[in-house]
Design a protein around this ligand. Structure first.
Ligand SMILES: O=P(O)(O)OC[C@H]1O[C@](O)(COP(=O)(O)O)[C@@H](O)[C@@H]1O
Ligand SMILES: [Mg+2]
Ligand SMILES: [Mg+2]
Length: 341
């Protein structure tokens, strides 16, 4: 019997112990990051439980309407935003919060303030809520380095400065994928224990994949390199097999599949939306950070996604992310287009 393998199989690693282990690598750390992460995990558990009950909640009152007890039912994206704001502020470790749901950044009041800035999309894939398809939460964490009064510049930082990033997918299981800069790890919620357990240690994305993921309904408005790339996915001219198309329409689900199975996810620019659709701070940066940490790449059509410096909190950008070789291909097509101009 292989005792080492057996020990590994039976070693139940909870997300709390995992983060504590990570933190112990930094002797100067005071446990602040672990506390912040615990509050994010709490927010994910809360939203997961609300998502699971969403269909049933409709029996007693539609979202946004009044239920039989005369209570207002909150829409899931509004509720998720409130849950995360509460969880993050009550951690006592945050100073600036940027949420997809709020027009302005929120500066935490001085008495509850810490050193971390959290950017987040509390409920991603909201068009999929009503049909029970996987949705999620995306987050990224920056740190205010000096003890200065926090300003918007503390969050308008390139993605490469992120300290940590992750997402939680509310799907057939509840899965939290996290990187603190030393690789990517996935944890699955055991609902009976209420604990996230390490189930996907050290995730590495395959170097090349067999799947492409894009909203092809926008094809008539794509630019040359995107159109050529997708055409090549379907009709390869180098002897390779054609790729399969998979598109959920929830970034979290599409990126999760890409991370585990390989391939490419793209939300490109088009004539109608020259900056694409997805938001830099709380959609593109966290997912690009995870992709690079897993050995993949993330590209905007012009540059490495994590080098972008956002000038406003809800800025958008085109994005191509996934397996290293697949992203190399789209980079080559944009480079060739650049030479023609
Ligand atoms: O419906 P489209 O245009 O394909 O857009 C899908 C994209 O929009 C999003 O739903 C936007 O996220 P929100 O639901 O947080 O607004 C992404 O999750 C997804 O990748
Ligand atoms: Mg989103
Ligand atoms: Mg959202």
């Amino acid at each position: 019997m292989d005792h080492a393998a057996d020990a590994h199989r039976t070693d139940l690693m909870t997300i709390t112990r995992f983060v504590l282990n990570e933190q112990s690598k930094y002797p100067e750390s005071r446990g602040d990051f672990t506390i912040l992460l615990n509050h994010i995990v709490l927010g994910c558990k809360f939203v997961c439980s609300s998502v699971n009950k969403a269909g049933l909640a409709k029996l007693i009152g539609l979202a946004g309407e009044t239920n039989v007890q005369g209570e207002e039912q909150k829409k899931l994206d509004v509720l998720s935003n409130e849950v995360f704001i509460k969880a993050l502020v009550s951690s006592g470790r945050t100073c600036i919060l940027v949420s997809e749901e709020d027009e302005e950044a929120m500066f935490v009041e001085r008495s509850k303030r810490g050193r971390y800035c959290v950017v987040f999309d509390p409920l991603d894939g909201s068009s999929n809520i009503d049909c029970g398809v996987s949705i999620g939460t995306i987050f990224g964490i920056y740190m205010v380095k000096d003890n200065h009064e926090p300003t918007l510049d503390d969050v308008l930082q390139p993605g490469k400065n992120l300290l940590a990033a992750g997402y939680c997918m509310y799907g057939s299981s509840c899965t939290l994928v996290l990187s603190t800069g030393g690789g990517v790890n996935g944890f699955t919620l055991d609902p009976s224990l209420g604990e996230f357990i390490l189930t996907h240690p050290d995730i590495k994305i395959p170097k090349k994949g067999k799947i492409y993921s894009v909203n092809e309904g926008n094809a008539k408005n794509w630019d040359g390199p995107t159109a050529k790339f997708v055409e090549k996915c379907k009709f390869p001219n180098d002897g390779s097999s054609s790729k399969s198309l998979r598109y959920v329409g929830s970034m979290v689900a599409d990126v999760h599949r890409t991370l585990l199975y390989g391939g490419i996810f793209l939300y490109p620019a088009d004539k109608k939306s020259p900056n694409g659709k997805l938001r830099v701070l709380y959609e593109i940066f966290p997912m690009s950070f995870l992709m690079e940490q897993a050995g993949g790449q993330a590209f905007t059509g012009k540059q490495r996604a994590l080098d972008l410096v956002p000038t406003k909190i809800h800025e958008r950008s085109p994005i191509f992310l996934g397996s290293y070789d697949d992203v190399e291909e789209i980079k080559a097509l944009y480079a060739a287009e650049g030479k023609k101009e």
